[in-house]
Each structure stands twice: as structure tokens, then as C-alpha cells.
Design a protein around this ligand. Structure first.
Ligand SMILES: [Zn+2]
Length: 350
């Protein structure tokens, strides 16, 4: 019995196999799934905030009832074996538990609603090791950090091109830790987000000029964006812990979209979880950096109380690029803007 998976599921399989999603060893069964959406923990009580499940069509679901294994294929090539442990159907109201909204205009909700409600849980075993090629492997990053002699490494998540606010957060991270691991997410993102090339090219230029000879490692992370805000912030921290980071930055509206989540809701959730649990990684809960016209530099509300300020707006930066214009140097390094502008229509995800 076989089942053809899509690109996002293929990536989940890869991320389970590489231990990026440790301690997961397969797709969640109903026990873990319900525990995650209701309690933000696995059935083992370990913190976990985003369900990782395999959805299948009704025919496969019905046929799998008395079977022990399901061979997962991608482009008709067998890639993994799933040892069937559980078959379950998710409920309509689960979506709200995951995203705190069931608004179809929310890109994560929309994507989740497009999946089948039928789920199969169980351990997986990768058959085709080729799929792991060029993957971000926790064993490799941990080895690299050790070789470099870095004891404390701060992880930085982003899905955007680097602007001055992110630069500020990264430098704060470097004040705390031996090294900075810039780890942009490049899996499925909504249309209108910056493309993988734009993010990568901008960062390469930034590192070449401004982070030259610093302890900075850049590598992309492939997993889909869920836009689940606070819960996804915790999920992002767990992934970075698995990659060997000791610290992780959570800024303003981490993994948020539109106005679905509060500015510092991820900070509140993190504090709440950390009261009774350990994540195995320190969280740097940082305030939004902005430019102060009086201090004449990037600041945050923790170190400047002036009112004459300019907020770094991702929307404004995007608009400038859409019009083929260079964003103000208050927002972004000119060398970085130039690299991104050179990409022309490849700047954004269509
Ligand atoms: Zn000021």
C-alpha cells in the first residue's frame, strides 16, 4: 500500500529523520496530537506546540485500517515506511486551538483547512536516503559549533530580508553569546513574502561586509511557515535547541501575521511555559528595535523613551522593493538593498 505525499509532508519526513523535530520519531498519533493542541505538550509531558501529522485521503484512510505499514512516495518514488499505530480524524474546532483563530484569511489556517481531516500516526523509517541530501542536520551544526569552540550560540529565526531592526537584535545576541546562528526559514511561505534568494543574497552581503570575521554562521532551515505566532515561536526555539543553539531570540510578533497575535504575546507564552517547564534553551525575549531621531541610532523602549522615532516597517520596505526603489538607509543597509533589487521579479514568492 502506497501513498503519495506533497512537498510539505516530504519535508516533515526529512525533519523527523534528521532529528530537527526531536523527540518526534514519526507522525503524531491522536494521543500526542490532542495533548499538543490542548496542553502544548507531547504525551510524555515534553513541551511541543505545533502538531506534526500525516493527512491522507479517505480511500487511503479506509484501506489502512487493518494494515501495518504504509509506504510513502514522493514523485512516485518510495521514500519512507510508516508503521501504522493509529488512525484518527481531526475536528473542525482543532484549528482554532492551534492558531487561536479559524479565519480563512489567516494563511496558516487556510493551508491547514486545505488538508484532509484523516490522519495516520506512527513511526517512520526513511527508505530513500537521497532525500536527506543537502538537509540541515543537527548532528552537523552541533559538530561545527564544537569545532569552532563556541560554547554559547544564539539562534535567529527569520523569514525576511535583513533590515536594521534585525541587525540590532543580532548584535544584542552577540553581546550575550559566543556566536550567532542566522537560520532563516525557507519552506512554504505565503505569496508576497520574500523569496529564498532574496533572504539569502541579502544576508550573504550583510555577513561579507558588516559581520566579517565575527562568529556568525548562516544556514537556511526548510520547514513550512505556519504563521501560528506565539506557539510557533516556541516550536522555532525547540528546533534551534535541537540544532545545538543554547539561546534563541524571540522578538516582536514572532511568526505572526496581520493582527492575529499581540505584539509580545510570544513573550508571555514563553514566560508561562518556562514557569513549569524547561525547554533546554534560553530565550532572549527582546523588544522591538526602532530608530530614534534624537538619539540618532537604533534603540528599543528599554533604552530610549523619546517619542520622535521611526519604526522599521516590513510593509514599507516591501512596498519600496515592489516599486524597484531602495528603502531608506534608516531601514536597511544600502549594499543589502542593492543585492535584493538585483533579483527583480525573483524578490518575492508568487
Ligand atoms: Zn532616543
Amino acid at each position: 500500500m502506497t501513498y503519495e505525499v506533497n512537498e510539505e509532508t516530504l519535508q516533515d519526513i526529512i525533519n523527523i529523520e534528521t532529528k530537527l523535530f526531536y523527540p518526534l520519531t514519526g507522525f503524531m498519533d491522536s494521543k500526542d496530537y490532542n495533548s499538543v493542541i490542548n496542553e502544548m505538550q507531547l504525551s510524555t509531558k515534553e513541551v511541543w506546540t505545533i502538531p506534526i501529522t500525516l493527512d491522507v485521503n479517505k480511500e487511503t484512510f479506509t484501506n489502512a485500517i487493518n494494515k501495518e505499514v504504509l509506504t510513502l512516495t514522493f514523485k512516485n518514488k518510495p521514500i519512507a515506511t510508516l508503521f501504522i499505530e493509529d488512525l484518527f480524524k481531526i475536528k473542525e474546532q482543532d484549528i482554532k486551538k492551534i492558531f487561536q483563530t479559524d479565519d480563512i484569511n489567516h494563511p496558516g489556517v487556510k493551508k491547514e483547512k486545505s488538508r484532509f481531516p484523516f490522519r495516520i500516526g506512527g513511526k517512520i523509517e526513511v527508505i530513500d536516503k537521497e532525500i536527506l541530501k543537502n538537509s540541515l542536520m543537527p548532528k552537523d551544526t552541533k559538530k561545527l559549533f564544537k569545532q569552532k569552540g563556541w560554547n554559547t550560540i544564539v539562534g535567529f529565526q527569520t523569514r525576511n530580508v535583513i533590515h536594521k531592526a534585525h541587525e540590532y537584535l543580532q548584535r544584542v545576541g552577540l553581546e550575550f553569546c559566543d556566536a550567532l546562528f542566522i537560520n532563516p526559514l525557507v519552506g512554504w511561505k505565503k505569496s508576497g513574502d520574500f523569496s529564498e534568494q532574496a533572504v539569502e543574497k541579502g544576508y550573504k552581503k550583510m555577513i561579507e561586509i558588516y559581520y566579517e570575521n565575527l562568529n556568525v554562521h548562516f544556514q537556511t532551515l526548510k520547514t513550512q511557515m505556519r504563521y501560528a505566532g506565539p506557539k510557533e515561536a516556541i516550536f522555532h526555539a525547540i528546533i534551534r535547541r535541537n540544532l545545538g543553539c543554547t539561546h534563541f531570540i524571540i522578538g516582536r510578533d514572532h511568526a505572526g501575521v496581520g493582527n492575529y497575535y499581540g505584539k509580545y504575546e510570544a513573550h508571555s507564552l514563553a514566560r508561562k511555559i518556562l514557569k513549569t517547564n524547561s525547554l533546554g534553551i534560553e530565550l532572549l525575549l527582546l523588544k522591538e528595535p526602532y530608530y530614534c531621531n534624537i538619539c540618532k541610532q537604533m534603540v528599543s523602549e528599554n533604552c530610549c523613551a523619546h517619542k520622535d522615532i521611526i519604526r522599521i516597517s516590513g510593509t514599507k520596505i516591501r512596498k519600496k522593493f515592489l516599486n524597484n526603489e531602495t528603502p531608506s538607509s534608516i531601514f536597511m543597509r544600502e549594499e543589502v538593498s542593492k543585492e535584493i533589487l538585483n533579483l527583480k521579479e525573483e524578490m518575492f514568492i508568487k
